[in-house]
Structures are given as structure tokens and as C-alpha cells.
Design a protein around this ligand. Structure first.
Ligand SMILES: [Zn+2]
Length: 188
């Protein structure tokens, strides 16, 4: 890959069906079409989800073990598997990353994101929830997480969060620190 991709189509050079190079891709288009065989492929948004997990008034944040944004603070979560609800995918991702169970999911907000992995740009729709981890005695970092941190929401520097979508969601969380989120922040 000679330069940073700016569109998912930048990973495509030939038709995946017939290997023709006669692929029509509009510069910021949503799909590509093969003039040789008629194959058409849509560059759909990938659904991803993340959570502001509260435990006794503190947020549980992770430290990314891998690029993109290796070493940055992040929210537990990830891409949905086929056939999952957003909540099922989020519960699975949190358990895979931290080994804890989470409850009381409430939708917070959503934001678009660009996720560059192995030279391919994925356009995502990130869906954010607030939830609770009642019991974290078995917590440990694993999977694509290097470490975890418990922090009061007011102590989190948004600039240290890995993605613009998460920084945006964090602003929504702080603005929501009223009746909606306060039950999660209250101590014990
Ligand atoms: Zn083709």
C-alpha cells in the first residue's frame, strides 16, 4: 500500500469474481461495479459498539494493545458479529476484553468513525451505551486490550481517547451527567 487509504475502495484493484481490472469506482462512491462480469459490491458501514461501563461511580477504560491507536485509552467494545444484536455484541466484546459481566444497558449516542486496519479503511457506525459492572473481582486485560483503568468521569482527558467518535460520545456522556447517567455514577 503506497499511501494511506482514504476510501474502502482503495483496497480494490481487480474484480473479486473475474479478476478483471475494469472496476468502476466513483471517488467517494458507495459501491464498485465490474464492467466485464457485472459484479457489484457495496461498501457498507460496519456496525461497532462500545460502552461507558460504570463500577461504583468510576468508568472502566481500556488501553489499546494494537494499532490503530495502540497505547491510547479506549472504551471496551468492538465490531458486531453476524447475527448479533448490538447489545449481545457489546456484552461479548466486554467479556472477551475484560472478563466481566455487564448489565443495565442504556443507549447513549452514536457516531461515525474511520477504522484503519492492515491498510484497509473501514467506515463504521459506532453505537455507544452506558452500562454497569456490578462485580469486577475477576477483571483482567486480554484479547486486544493491554491494560484497564478505573477513572472518575471528570478525571478522563478526552484527548487521550483513541477515536474521534469516542471523544464525541464522551462529550455526550458528560452533558448527560444528570438524571440519565447519575444513577450509574452514584457510589455503591
Ligand atoms: Zn468481474
Amino acid at each position: 500500500m503506497s499511501s494511506q487509504p482514504r476510501h474502502p475502495a482503495d483496497a480494490f484493484r481487480h474484480c473479486p469474481r473475474c479478476a478483471s481490472s475494469e472496476l468502476d469506482i466513483a471517488p467517494q462512491g458507495r459501491d464498485c461495479r465490474c464492467r466485464a462480469c457485472g459484479f457489484q459490491f457495496f461498501f457498507n458501514c460496519a456496525a461497532a459498539t462500545a460502552a461507558f461501563i460504570f463500577h461504583h461511580g468510576q468508568l472502566i477504560l481500556t488501553v489499546r494493545a494494537k494499532d490503530p491507536a495502540k497505547g491510547a485509552l479506549d472504551l471496551p467494545g468492538g465490531f458486531l458479529d453476524f447475527g448479533e444484536t448490538v447489545e449481545e455484541g457489546l456484552r461479548r466484546e466486554i467479556f472477551e476484553e475484560l472478563g466481566i459481566e455487564t448489565t443495565d444497558y442504556r443507549y447513549l449516542t452514536s457516531a461515525p468513525n474511520d477504522y484503519l486496519y492492515a491498510g484497509v479503511l473501514y467506515k463504521t457506525a459506532d453505537v455507544y451505551f452506558v452500562c454497569r459492572a456490578p462485580q469486577i473481582s475477576g477483571i483482567r486485560a486480554r484479547d486486544d486490550v493491554a491494560d484497564f483503568k478505573l477513572m472518575a468521569p471528570g478525571d478522563v482527558d478526552p484527548a487521550r481517547l483513541a477515536f474521534e467518535s469516542s471523544r464525541r460520545a464522551f462529550r455526550v456522556l458528560l452533558e448527560s451527567l444528570g438524571p440519565f447517567v447519575m444513577p450509574f455514577v452514584e457510589k455503591n
